[in-house]
Design a protein around this ligand. Sequence first.
Ligand code: FES
Length: 135
Amino acid sequence: MSTEILVCVLCRPAGTARELPRAGLALFEVVHEAGLRDGQPFAVRAIECMSACDRSCTVAIQAPGKTTYLFGGLLPTLAYANDVLACARLHESSPDGWMARECRPGTLREGILARIPASLALPQPGSLTAAPETA
Ligand code: FES
């Protein structure tokens, strides 16, 4: 399994008191714990900012050679965590990572901040080990 779930642990929705725990960290913990509970194979990575701070909380789903998604406006609840995990399963099952809106879990049908096509510049066999030509 290569799909990764990236959760910004620094996200703090606008207007949230600074002395309260960060909602992003809480979302990371609930996604991580729900994934462990369900035996999900996905890596859940804590990220410090994905430059969508005004749309807290943010989560990205990515895998090599597949479309990358960035979602915003998520809440640190089990319902959102379960939908993030369901979305990761959908992403994993899609050959190119494409996830149609109507197929995504309820809380992730809205709030897409970015849908980035997979890079076409994948390394070719041997290209990383080739020695530079000399004159
Ligand atoms: S602090 Fe979460 S995206 Fe910037």
